[in-house]
Structures are given as C-alpha cells and as structure tokens.
Design a protein around this ligand. Structure first.
Ligand SMILES: NC(=O)c1ccc[n+]([C@@H]2O[C@H](COP(=O)([O-])OP(=O)(O)OC[C@H]3O[C@@H](n4cnc5c(N)ncnc54)[C@H](OP(=O)(O)O)[C@@H]3O)[C@@H](O)[C@H]2O)c1
Length: 233
C-alpha cells in the first residue's frame, strides 16, 4: 500500500512510518520543515530508499499541501491511505481570561484545517487507491461527554476533527472509503511525555491493522481508539 503520514519526523508519525515500512508498504513521510529534527526519518529513508520518501508538508499552509499533492500525483498517481497525524497541544490549563487567541487559532490551523487541507488536495489520489481509507488522529480530549475543563484550544480542535471525520465518512461512503477519528492512547512522545502508558509503536500497529482491513470496526460513530474500540463522543 502507499500511505501518506503527516508529522512523520517524530512521535507517532515516525513510529507509523517505521512500522509501515516493516510491513512492506511505501510511505510518503510528510514533514513540516525538512531541515529540522528529521535525523531519524532520514535514517529510515536511507535504509529503505525504495519505500520511504520524505516530503515537505506543512499542514498549516495551503500552498505547501497543494504543492506536495501535485508532486505526489506526478510520481505515484495513487494513494491507499492518509494518516492525518500532525498535531499540536498548547494553551493547556489556561483559563479563558489567560487564553491566547493567536495560539488557539494556530491550533485549529494545524489540528483541524490541516487534515481538511490534506484530504482536499490528496483525495483524487486516494480515489485511485485499493481498499483506501483515511485515519485522522484525534484524542480522548475531544470527547464532549468526558470534558474535564481547562483545555480549550486542544480539546475543541479534536472535537471539531471528530465532526470533520463524521461528515467526511458520510460523504465518502458511496466511494467505499472509510474514515476513522482515532484516539491513539497516552503515548511516550514529546507530546505525551515519558511517563505515558503506551509505546507509539504499539499504537502504530493498531492503526496499520485498521488500514490493512485486519480489524472489523462496528462502531456507530467514527471516533474509535487504536484497537478499533468505540470512543465516547
Ligand atoms: N502523545 C499522546 O499521548 C497523544 C494523546 C492523544 C492524541 N495525540 C495525538 O497524536 C498525534 C501525534 O502526537 P505525538 O504525541 O506524536 O506528538 P509530537 O511528538 O509532539 O509530534 C507532533 C508532530 O506533528 C508535527 N507538526 C506540528 N505542526 C505541524 C505542521 N504545521 N505541519 C506538519 N507537521 C506538523 C510535528 O512536526 P515538527 O517536529 O516539525 O514540529 C511532529 O512531527 C497528534 O495529533 C496528537 O494530538 C497524542
């Protein structure tokens, strides 16, 4: 399969790229800034030159996403999966009075409009794919039922991402392209910290099983965890 992963230079994105390559897939590894913090991904590219391509992809920039989608169309013509993984967590524990609106807007630019942009420009390639699917990496923080307070920017962005995923899933039903909004678990990454419960490689395994169709998802809504279990919306 040919799989696009955003934010592939570290954390879950890097684990997804490494795991997918070991399963024999071809990975388009999108990175915000190819000149920064890409050493591990570059090593993966050098080890598997036929299977991994580092591509510039700043999901906050319309121009960047459109440009890379056009290049991917020229080179590959087809995609079998998109994993919208790139995300930021900021303004946590800030009261509404303290909240930076600029940071809140930036969070939405990356966590919500980023996946929307990627789907907008890469969907023509995905429509050519085999057993194609879209995975948007969400968070339990996006659950309305379990809202804990004090996490405006991030939680709201993930709730919006869940709605985007639900809307997209209806729109792509006829085309047979499933869409999932996946809570990846609390992972040992820069975002999750080293005390977190899960190795991102374990999460990546679950997500790739989903993409490969090895898991039957019976959830009424698209919001599930990395094992395919329904999440509370
Ligand atoms: N870690 C957890 O416990 C946890 C829990 C629930 C949900 N999640 C979600 O899981 C996903 C991955 O998180 P993680 O823990 O791997 O986070 P991470 O270690 O902080 O990595 C975030 C990734 O997103 C990329 N990114 C940020 N802004 C971008 C942009 N404008 N364009 C392209 N890439 C951009 C980063 O690239 P740079 O290096 O260039 O900044 C980095 O590759 C996120 O969507 C996050 O919200 C994580």
């Amino acid at each position: 399969m040919k799989i696009l992963v955003t934010g592939a230079n570290r954390g879950l994105g890097l684990a997804l790229a490494a795991n997918a390559v070991q399963r024999g897939h071809v990975v388009l590894a999108g990175v915000r800034n190819p000149a920064q913090n890409t050493e591990k991904l570059t090593m993966l590219c050098e080890r598997y030159p036929q299977q991994v391509a580092l591509v510039p992809l700043d999901v906050a920039s319309d121009e960047s996403v459109r440009f890379t989608a056009e290049k991917a169309d020229d080179r590959y013509q087809v995609l079998d999966a998109i994993v919208n993984n790139a995300g930021v967590l900021s303004e946590r524990y800030h009261t509404i009075e303290e909240l930076s609106m600029e940071e809140t807007v930036r969070t939405f630019q990356i966590n919500v409009f980023g996946p929307m942009r990627v789907v907008k420009y890469f969907l023509p390639l995905l429509r050519q794919g085999t057993r194609a699917s879209i995975v948007n990496i969400s968070s339990e923080a996006g659950s309305i039922t379990n809202a804990i307070g004090g996490n405006y920017a991030y939680s709201m962005s993930k709730t919006a991402l869940n709605m985007f995923s639900e809307q997209l899933s209806v729109a792509l039903r006829e085309a047979g392209i499933p869409v999932y909004a996946v809570h990846p678990g609390w992972m040992q990454t820069d975002m999750g910290g080293q005390d977190a419960a899960i190795d991102p490689y374990v999460t990546a395994n679950g997500i790739l099983d989903l993409i490969e169709g090895k898991k039957v998802v019976t959830s009424r809504f698209v919001f599930i965890d990395y094992r395919g279990t329904p999440m509370v919306i």
